[in-house]
Design a protein around this ligand. Structure first.
Ligand code: PLP
Length: 454
């Protein structure tokens, strides 16, 4: 079997005697102990990536570096929050559920930021009571809501305003638009952002600290961030002139891309941040303001490459195609319930046979799941050893972000657990669900008049 590509696999992944090993634990032993499908986290890899973003932000911005704020939505659990805490990063949460995880991990409130385009009164109240450092406001209704709930608590809440800069970015290119038809943020071009600032200024329980934008995901180069920084700093310059005070925080969001396959080539954190740093310096001078503190919110780029999913092959089936060729459908014991990205976005992944080497020739395969949907595809097309059979293990790398966090119980399939491995040791950080977990919410009770129920 060929070498594992360093840009796709976690750092400790290697082939030992023909089978995959991560964190010194063999895939065979892991599946024997924990079953499959199962997510395997290379904890050292996660730590290295998280620290690297912090080091690179400091290296680029020095005294003007703000925080690396891990975007919890990519993947969050109590143990992950503890690791992020221990490494000195900040954390962003965007629902009451994510906040509950942060609280369970005793994540320091002064390093928490709350996002979301429709935070409920309860979610805002919980955030205020826990004392989250910053709430990122996203609508006029929310400005009023946060102000009122802060007032009830006799608090002044620090906030950022989420702006829509008119930069929409994906992988290789970005689209520049005056008006973006999206639910997030206040448009700079339409004047909505300026109106929001005026609204915020009416509330003495709100303290506007800076601006925020998140322009997309899986972005491979600096161009879109450079354009965004330019537009945001322009806005900060206007604010400084009108309000005679400077906003000090510039949060450029996340979206830094990772390699899922050989053809993905994201630039390094170092290159990305040094380019952003240059434009921030230039544009701040142009806008006549001091260089703001720059924060970023990587999610995928921290957790994505650190995790691998292990599956067991259940069936293989040869299907004849219209052009006369054949394709081998390789069905595994999970699918769109543990990784919706292929079905949802047409995402590409690779996989390898994880339990043995093979000298057989390669053949054209499609890796599918066990769900009752034709679209339940994990990998549309990949060459795998032609002797692949039921009982073999497959490993799909780079599944740490938006895999377990987007998992569902479709078809009443239990969601896989997450096992953290390191130096030949393994520990569960999320256990796999069981049929009992699935049934735990089902209730059989007699009907009662609704008015008597509270
Ligand atoms: C999703 C999201 C992120 C993280 O995006 P990645 O692509 O995982 O880096 C950061 N900030 C906000 C506001 C987001 O919505």
């Amino acid at each position: 079997m060929s070498e594992l590509s360093a840009k796709i696999w976690p750092k400790s992944a290697k082939i030992e005697n023909g089978s995959l090993e991560i964190g010194g634990c063999s895939a065979i032993d892991l599946v024997a102990k924990y079953g499959s499908p199962i997510f395997i986290l290379d904890e050292a890899d996660l730590r290295t990536r998280a620290i690297d973003w912090k080091v690179q932000l400091s290296a680029a911005f020095g005294a003007n570096s703000g925080s690396v704020i891990y975007a919890g939505k990519a993947f969050l659990s109590v143990e992950i929050a503890k690791i992020i805490e221990e490494l000195g990063l900040a954390l962003d949460v965007c629902t009451g559920g994510e906040l509950a995880v942060a609280r369970a991990a005793k994540f320091p409130a002064e390093r928490l930021e709350m996002h979301g385009n429709n935070k409920s009164e309860l979610e805002i109240s919980e955030a205020l009571d826990y004392g989250v450092a910053k709430i990122v406001v996203d609508s006029v209704s929310e400005i009023e809501r946060v102000a009122r709930l802060a007032k009830e608590r006799k608090k002044v809440q620090e906030i950022l305003i989420r702006l829509t800069p008119g930069v929409e970015a994906h992988t290789h290119e970005y689209i520049s638009t005056a008006h973006e038809d999206v639910k997030f943020g206040f448009s700079i071009a339409s004047g909505a952002a300026w109106e929001a600032v005026t609204e915020i200024a009416k509330h003495e329980t709100l303290r506007l600290m800076g601006v925020h934008a998140h322009i997309g995901s899986q972005i491979f180069n600096e161009e879109a961030f450079v354009e965004t920084a330019t537009r945001l700093i322009g806005f900060m310059g206007r604010f400084a002139k009108e309000y005679k005070r400077e906003l000090r925080e510039l949060n450029l969001g996340g979206g830094f891309g990772i390699a899922y396959t050989e053809s993905d080539n994201p630039i390094s954190a170092e290159k990305m941040l040094s380019s952003i740093c240059k434009i921030v310096a230039t544009e701040s001078t142009n806008a006549g303001i001091a260089i703001p503190r720059v924060s970023i919110e990587p999610g995928r780029a921290i957790i994505g490459p650190s995790m691998v999913t292990l599956y067991t092959v259940g069936t293989t089936k040869e299907v004849e195609l219209e052009n006369g060729d054949t394709r081998l459908y390789v069905a595994v014991d999970g699918g769109m319930s543990d990784n919706i990205r292929t079905a949802l976005y047409g995402a590409d992944y690779i996989t390898i046979l994880a339990n043995r080497g093979s000298n057989s020739g390669l053949r054209n395969c499609r890796v599918v799941g066990k769900h009752c949907e034709s679209g339940d595809i994990l990998i549309k097309e990949i060459a795998l050893p032609s002797d692949i059979s039921p009982g073999d293990l497959l490993a799909i790398p780079a599944t740490g972000a938006y895999g377990r966090s987007m998992a569902s119980n479709y078809n009443h399939v239990p969601r896989p657990g997450v096992i953290s491995v390191s130096n030949g040791t393994a520990r569960t950080i999320i256990r796999s669900e069981t049929a009992a977990d699935l049934l735990a919410l089902d209730i059989s009770e007699p009907a009662r008049p609704i008015r008597e129920q509270k």
